[in-house]
Design a binder for this molecule. Structure first.
Ligand code: BTN
Length: 332
């Protein structure tokens, strides 16, 4: 956790270097300001350099030259305007899956709003047992939630998250962002983000919910196998520039906290209204695949529980609770 012990010292040093960005600060001055030894300052500076910060050291002291483009805790925390979301950040270079790390933290009492971020995942998990390719350059993150709602409402959190992601991307970038039911975020007709929600419930109450979010950020999807490549994109490919990961996390956490608070206040119908506005599925002719079976029809809406309503070719309406949805074409 970034708040405690050695990490606190590192953050204090960064705070001082930030304030004096562009100027040298003597090791002695840093040491006396935070009441540690000069050697400790030098050790902590080495750790920061290891994380990617470019810090020049000379007889005049230390000077912060460049901040790495990574969603590092200190970078996310700076200018983060939330009440609780993202106040506890667990950051890793590589993990198997941020959802698995988050599960362990949640089992050990991590608080609502704690997040896990990894630069890459060895075995990232997608929906329905699929593998989620997670190279460095992406945003791989899990949020721990402890909502006081019945477990049956937990799947709604996927839609809550989808709205917050799509809203954030729309606000930050001039792109055609929308949601494919139930939880894929698309730019145009290509997937840029997936959401995996996992729930632990006991005796009719939720213990915790893990909301895993994967956004293809600063890499080219050419590295994906051909089958996945076709339907995928990244923010860097769409915008033809690098994205500031830390800023994106901040903005997302701010939007997510607002939307999630609405959810906890029982305002899911308002969130659904927003979901419908952002939806690329409603009004599309779609195929939904589940357990070897396929249903085809026009997506005419989603109901109050987030269930997809299809109008089949014979005019009958069919509710679809879950499945893999493929957009065939838009209704004119
Ligand atoms: C999907 O299939 O669309 C869901 C993909 C979810 C991927 C994210 S990346 C962060 C978190 N950790 C995981 O292992 N999976 C989720």
């Amino acid at each position: 956790m970034w708040k405690t012990g050695a990490k606190m010292t590192k953050n204090q040093i960064l705070g001082i270097l930030y304030k004096k960005k562009g100027e040298y600060v003597l090791g002695e001055k840093i040491a006396s300001e935070i009441d540690i030894s000069k050697t400790k300052v030098s050790d902590e500076i080495k750790l920061l350099i290891n994380e990617g910060y470019v810090i020049d050291s000379s007889d005049s002291g230390y000077r912060l030259m460049k901040i790495p483009n990574l969603p590092l805790p200190y970078e996310v925390r700076r200018n983060l305007h939330t009440q609780y979301m993202g106040h506890e950040i667990h950051y890793f270079k590589e993990v198997n899956s941020t959802n698995d790390v988050a599960r362990e933290l949640a089992e050990n009492g991590a608080e609502e709003g704690a997040i896990v971020i990894a630069e890459s995942q060895r075995s990232g998990k997608g929906r329905r047992g699929k593998k989620w390719i997670s190279p460095s350059g992406g945003l791989w993150m899990t949020i721990i939630l402890r909502p006081n709602v019945p477990p049956t409402k937990a799947p709604q959190l996927t839609l809550v998250t989808g709205v917050a992601v799509a809203k954030t991307l729309n606000e930050e970038y001039d792109l055609d962002v929308g949601i494919k039911w139930p939880n894929d975020i698309l730019i145009g007709d290509k997937k840029v983000c997936g959401i995996l929600t996992e729930v632990k419930a006991d005796m009719g109450t939720i213990d915790y919910v893990l909301v895993g979010i994967g956004i293809d950020l600063n890499f080219d999807v050419d590295i994906f196998p051909p089958k996945l490549r076709e339907g995928a994109t990244s923010l860097k490919m769409e915008l033809k520039r690098e994205i500031q990961g830390a800023t994106l996390v901040q903005r997302f956490l701010q939007n997510f906290e607002v939307t999630y608070n609405q959810f906890k206040e029982g305002k899911f119908p308002d969130i659904l209204r927003e979901w419908r506005r952002l939806s690329k599925t409603i009004g599309s002719y779609v195929e939904v695949h589940k357990k070897g079976r396929t249903v085809r029809g026009y997506a005419v809406g989603i109901n109050k529980d987030g269930i997809l309503i299809l109008e089949l070719d014979d005019g009958t309406l069919r509710k679809v609770i879950s499945g893999e949805c493929i957009h065939i074409k838009r209704k004119d």
